[in-house]
Design a protein around this ligand. Structure first.
Ligand SMILES: NC(=O)c1ccc[n+]([C@@H]2O[C@H](COP(=O)([O-])OP(=O)(O)OC[C@H]3O[C@@H](n4cnc5c(N)ncnc54)[C@H](O)[C@@H]3O)[C@@H](O)[C@H]2O)c1
Length: 290
């Protein structure tokens, strides 16, 4: 790789579970672009072991931290400053989990303890990471913090459940903390709203295959892959985007701006009218009946 967009930069990457993880791809590309970083994940993810392979591949240390535990985040930052030999230039928050989704509970039957857990792991954790970094003054000037979001923060995706609230809060935290970190250290804080992507977290959402296929049919450029998402993250960590902050950046092949596409118009002609209350109305609309 001749282009070294992150040469000399130091980072912390949360959320690489296996080679499908978005964070995994970001780590590989950050390494190619000359960055040094620490990899971190929850203790249970470390037991699975794949992250240590990534650590070897990218010459990175792996540190265990539950992202909801402030004391563990403080130790993580302290150790990272020591291992990397200076303040941090970039942080990737690539973490999400909903016990309500995992247990298959319907949105109209949420368990509220689980909801608290969803919000803590998937959204409030970004505030915790930022607050620890802010109080420890662990970030360099013009640093960059990114978290991964999904368009269910703005639109209803019926099976995305309480993760929709988590993503809305995540994006809001990026805006609110982005102001304070910008004033203090010129650190930018953004979220990237990514296309449906085949990963452990992604495929855990009910109806994921349809999310993926529908977005593919709607997006003029097609769904964005995890590799392409990683490319975007590298640019956002680099000095080429120093004045971009407090934004939710759609990385979705154009999906978020679409209403209907020609591909979808065509597939409506093969539909049997399941979404109509009155099948006769469907047949009239489609010209099958007068
Ligand atoms: N896959 C998609 O379709 C998609 C689309 C848009 C946004 N995203 C977001 O991208 C991010 C990364 O997800 P992914 O798709 O790469 O899936 P993934 O399952 O590979 O990554 C999720 C990560 O969260 C980690 N995690 C869960 N609880 C944790 C805790 N308490 N402490 C520390 N880490 C914890 C997991 O160990 C895992 O590494 C998530 O925020 C997800 O919501 C995913």
């Amino acid at each position: 790789m001749s282009l070294q967009l992150l040469k000399g930069k130091r980072g912390i990457i949360f959320g690489a579970l296996d080679e499908n993880s978005i964070a995994w791809k970001v780590a590989e590309k950050a390494h190619e672009h000359g960055a040094k970083f620490v990899l971190t994940n929850a203790p249970i993810a470390l037991r699975k072991g794949d992250i240590f392979k990534l650590g070897e591949m990218t010459k990175s240390e792996v540190i265990s931290a539950d992202i909801t535990q402030v004391d563990e985040l403080e130790s993580l930052f302290q150790e990272s400053l020591h291992i990397l030999g200076g303040k941090i230039d970039f942080v990737l928050h690539s973490v999400g989990m909903s016990p309500n989704v995992r247990k298959g509970l319907h949105y109209t039957d949420l368990d509220y303890n689980y909801l608290n857990k969803t919000l803590d792991v998937s959204a409030i954790s970004l505030h915790k990471v930022l607050q620890v970094a802010y109080k420890m003054d662990a970030m360099n000037d013009w640093g960059s913090v990114l978290a991964l979001s999904y368009i269910a923060a703005q639109r209803t995706f019926s099976t995305y459940s309480d993760m929709a609230q988590a993503k809305a809060m995540l994006e809001s935290i990026a805006r609110s903390f982005g102001y304070h970190f910008g004033k203090k250290r010129k650190v930018r804080v953004n979220t990237i709203s990514q296309s449906p992507t085949i990963t452990t977290a992604g495929t855990g959402v009910g109806g994921f295959k349809s999310f993926y296929a529908y977005a593919q049919c709607m997006s003029p450029l097609g769904n964005a892959s995890s590799d392409e998402c990683a490319d975007y993250c590298i640019v956002m960590f680099s000095d080429l985007t120093r004045k971009v902050t407090m934004q939710n950046l759609f990385h979705d092949g154009g999906y978020s701006t679409m209403g209907i596409s020609e591909t979808l118009i065509q597939s409506c002609f093969t539909c049997q009218g399941e979404c109509f209350d009155d099948i006769a109305e469907h047949e009239r609309v489609m010209g099958k009946k007068k």
